[in-house]
Design a protein around this ligand. Sequence first.
Ligand code: BES
Ligand code: MN
Ligand code: ZN
Length: 480
Amino acid sequence: MNVHLQKAFSGRGDKVVFVEEGKFQKEGVSTQEFEGKKLSSLLWREPWGRILYVGIGGPPFRRDTLRKAAGLGVKSLLKIGARDITLDFSNYPDFLPHVDAAVEGAMLGSYRFEEFKEEKAKRKNNLEELRVVTGEIADSLLQDIEKAVRQAQEIAHAVNYVRAIGNMPANYITPETLSQKAVELAGKRKALSVEVFDKERLEKEGFGGLTSVGKGSANEPRLIVLDYRGEGCNSRPVLVVGKAITFDSGGISIKPGEHMDEMKYDKMGGCAVLGIVDAVSRLGLPLRLVGIIAAAENMPGGHAYRPGDILRTYGGKTVEVLNTDAEGRIVLADALAYGIEKFNPGLVFDLATLTGACIVAIGKQKAGLFSNREDIAEFLWKKSEDYGDPLWPLPLGEEFDEAITSDVAVVKNVGGREGGACTAASFLRKWVGDVPWVHLDIAGPAWITKEYPYLEKGATGFGVRLICRYLMKRLEEKSL
Ligand code: BES
Ligand code: MN
Ligand code: ZN
């Protein structure tokens, strides 16, 4: 797909026009038919093509509204055969700083998962040209917009890459095939190297968490380490760790059958790590970024780990397993301990579809945000909606540490009914210590079962935009 910035409409293809609530005027259309309410739309035919009017509601206008409106417009026009789509900003010069968000929404709105459909059921048209009409503006402003658009394109590309892997079911994506994706990615980027630890090496080097969780499955676990060295980076690395349970049946503490299919998405934290490394390397950001993916399949079976087992994680801390379905924290413990010991990072992120309790607490749209640094958490919380991946802060605290204290080991892997997302986060903190750390529980937003303005059902790629934007911001401030 190509993006063109134009000062005037070229008269080709179909067009999305944004409409403020109550400001729509068109001969033959009553205000009752179209009021411009947020994310409502009206399709209009002209001799040269179609116009989709998309309502954006009233002021104040948020960046995310433009992203959704543009994404909705493009997604809707694609459904009715469009290939060449123009986003018209000529009546809205105030929105020009948000053109990149609109392009991002448009690109995310154009992705579809159709690999397994019959040829005749696949959509014939693709988004080939995306045009942005800016109106008459200074060339210097046009250049700024061009740069922002290029960045948005790279990031959106990475998000769609994550969605494509995420939507693949567990008979295609196993720890091994996921590691092949990482190897493939590293082969494409000069500054990126990859190392894959297989089961034997994991056993030998003391990764007792990841190997235990993976024991019940014929698809053996992997630890995938991606190392990106951007030009001119000399500060401590940023470490991003992701949970990639390629299928979470619950293991011996098996889950109920309903919706169990959705547990193919239990790898989305790890997939997001791939996407973050992809975007950062595409953008050539000047930093050292280490991405670690803890990949395993959680299955019951004659070799599976059991309730009551006591495991020794990387570095030696022991875990009493009381529920084999609380496996995410166990594989993350190994990955965090290894990443911190080996790379001495100045900042650590982890992303994981960690707890159903997080969805109960804050719903499906936002990820739970935990951190041992209040300033970082506050910044991320406030900016997350603008970045496209909304977060909501949740607490760590001694009460949660107490809840996971074990009689026989350092910790137990479940802490009871209360504050399930918080006890899981407290568990992780034991392996992090004092390094600045942010944990995102993406159980809710990692995939969607209802269509979203700019996303179809399925994997969302949550976290990629947030973390890339945050790193770009820190680099801009020279604080990385
Ligand atoms: N992957 C699940 C969490 C999950 C559940 C994410 C539903 C998204 C939707 C995780 O491994 C899990 O099973 N967690 C348990 C923990 C419990 C046993 C303490 C949960 O949330 O029920
Ligand atoms: Mn589980
Ligand atoms: Zn899980």
